[in-house]
Design a protein around this ligand. Structure first.
Ligand SMILES: [Zn+2]
Ligand SMILES: [Zn+2]
Length: 347
């Protein structure tokens, strides 16, 4: 079968690989489509020591179960499934705390196990035991299902930051995850959702999302725009989706007193020290949160939101390509010409 395989930083090859072997304790899934994630782009550019080559990458996937091992309970051939990426050990102190996304023994799909940029995927026993395989109801289309995993990361962040109905939410960074976070805040009943982006064509792509206030960060005074939309108060919640030091540093000035800031996007290891005006945090009683990855419960919630029609993936999926063209997809992402790019292994 054809697959996209990570060999080294910047070295991703589309090549023939043997189909995964059905066993008594695994599932085999025929991949319908798999979206390109920022972490895939990272492998294609700077690499990541957590990914063990040669490894089939891709984890934002949906597919059809074609084999159920005799020892596997609860699944049937013909069901569609998606995955929670991080396969936690289930017994360490973090797993006991319910924080499996921070499990030090975790084995993420596409780092430790082969992923979804392939025609078939084997789901290992550890992922089955961890509850990482989530069924997709018939009412959820493939393309929406494939975005459940990235949406689940937004759900984790917005639960931690406490986004509520009636909130004014500011998203900094209008990439695919900024767009998904914007729709998620709307699904939670946010009063106004603003999104800051500095470049075309993403500005134009974001304007296709219903009811989102798009702010051109290169030409507009972001603080003034936020204040104009919030009766001079500032945003209840600011979510920084740009992997950028300046964006994180600027974020606290857009929040109202008592507001929350989520550092959703991670910074590169070599450039992660930021400077914050501590007086704004102290006197403003600001709440600053991290957010990393998601857990199976968040993916289940994402699938439910998709089933309830709360998320419109149409403006977010900007490109569809075949597996052989994955480098084109990665370049679209790298040059910020796309939001989500979906890869069809059969295409
Ligand atoms: Zn992802
Ligand atoms: Zn663990």
């Amino acid at each position: 079968m054809k697959a996209a395989v990570y060999y080294a930083p910047g070295d991703i090859r589309v090549e023939d690989r043997p189909e995964p072997v059905p066993t008594a304790d695994n599932l085999i899934v025929k991949i319908h489509c798999c979206a390109i994630c920022g972490t895939d782009l990272k492998l294609a550019t700077v690499g990541n020591p957590r990914c063990h080559p040669p490894r089939i990458i891709g984890h934002e996937l949906v597919g059809l179960v074609t084999h159920v091992g005799s020892q596997v309970q609860g699944f049937a051939v013909g069901e569609r499934v998606t995955l929670a990426t991080t396969v936690a050990c289930g017994h360490c102190q973090y797993c006991v705390l319910g924080l499996g996304n921070m499990c030090p023994n975790a084995k993420p799909i596409s780092y430790d196990f082969d992923g979804g940029f392939a025609e078939y995927l084997a789901i290992p026993p550890m992922a089955l035991a961890g509850g990482n395989v989530i069924k997709v109801p018939d009412s959820v289309a493939d393309e929406a299902a494939a975005l459940s995993e990235p949406l689940s990361c937004g759900i984790n962040a917005q639960e931690i930051a406490g986004v509520q109905a009636g909130d004014n939410v500011l998203i900094i960074g209008g990439g695919p995850l900024g767009a998904l976070n914007a729709e998620l805040a709307q699904a939670s009943g946010a009063a106004k959702v603003m999104i800051v982006q500095r470049s075309e064509p993403r500005l134009s792509l974001l304007r296709k999302i219903d009811r989102v206030i798009v702010v051109d960060g290169a030409r507009e005074d972001v603080k003034a725009v936020v204040e104009a939309h919030t009766a001079e108060l500032g945003a209840d919640v600011v979510i920084v989706c740009a992997p950028n030091r300046e964006a994180q540093e600027a974020s606290i000035q857009y929040a109202r007193k008592g507001g929350a800031i989520s550092l959703f996007a991670s910074l590169p290891k070599s450039d992660s020290d930021i400077t914050l005006d501590s007086r704004l945090v102290h006197y403003g009683e600001l709440r600053l949160f991290g957010a990393s990855d998601s857990r199976p419960e968040h993916v289940r919630k994402a699938v439910r939101l998709m089933a309830d029609g709360k998320i419109d993936v149409a403006p977010i999926i900007t490109h569809r390509i075949g597996l052989k063209d994955i480098h084109t997809g990665l370049e679209l992402m790298e040059h910020k010409k796309s939001l989500k790019v979906l890869v069809y292994p059969a295409g």
